[in-house]
Design a binder for this molecule. Structure first.
Ligand SMILES: CC(C)(COP(=O)(O)OP(=O)(O)OC[C@H]1O[C@@H](n2cnc3c(N)ncnc32)[C@H](O)[C@@H]1OP(=O)(O)O)[C@@H](O)C(=O)NCCC(=O)NCCS
Length: 182
């Protein structure tokens, strides 16, 4: 874990720089449209966007947004982690790990939501405590998400009755940002 990296909630005036880091990380301009759509939607909350700084430069950015779990008893407010990106020239140097670890620690200390879902690289996220969604009784929102990529992290408010289907906020669908297409 790098010692010269600080992780904290993104300030509103850091939006352009953080957005640019995410777009560069993915080398994919559609990430910018996804971020813009999220930021304009009900699923955005300023307290759920985190940056990693090296000195005074933003080198990593992760966004959590509001989503639903359609559980048997009731709808449960949950979070989705997407996207997370580290500036290409400093990837694989522990910055993504610091960012995700610290952000999850802050969420665990501050949030009422019980769960964080994501779809991502199956070999990367278990080190932070993410597990396959199916292991805890969760149903993926799309048949186009490989089962190993649909993962979930339990926050302190999690209770075992919370099972069911993840429902993404509609911006993910509007941006066609769910699952894989051939
Ligand atoms: C994925 C990402 C956020 C990780 O941040 P990072 O600072 O590079 O990662 P860390 O240094 O904390 O961890 C390194 C480990 O991440 C894993 N990893 C990173 N990118 C990976 C990739 N494209 N495929 C598989 N594993 C990857 C590896 O296990 C790597 O370990 P290694 O260096 O021993 O091979 C960053 O690489 C990134 O922005 N990638 C492009 C955007 C992206 O793919 N985002 C996530 C989509 S799920």
């Amino acid at each position: 874990m790098p010692t010269d990296v600080t992780v904290r909630v993104m300030r509103p005036d850091e939006w352009s720089a953080a957005r640019a880091v995410s777009v560069a990380a993915f080398e994919d301009p559609t990430i910018g449209a996804l971020l813009d759509g999220l930021r304009e939607s009900w699923s955005w909350e300023d307290a759920l966007s985190f940056v990693a700084l090296r000195g005074d430069e933003i080198v990593g950015h992760v966004v959590f947004s509001h989503a639903f779990l359609d559980a048997p008893q009731r709808i449960v407010d949950v979070l989705v982690l997407s996207p997370v990106g580290v500036r290409p020239d400093v990837q694989r140097d522990g910055i993504g790990s610091a960012l995700i670890t610290d952000a999850l620690r802050t969420l665990a200390a501050t949030r009422p939501e019980p769960l964080v879902f994501l779809e991502g690289i199956p070999s990367y996220y278990p080190r932070f405590g993410f597990r396959r969604g199916a292991e805890l009784g969760f149903t993926s929102p799309s048949v186009r998400i490989p089962p190993a990529a649909f993962m979930v992290y339990s926050l302190p408010a999690y209770e075992p009755w919370m099972t069911g289907a993840l429902v993404y906020p509609d911006v993910f669908w509007r941006q066609d940002a769910v699952g894989l297409r051939p």
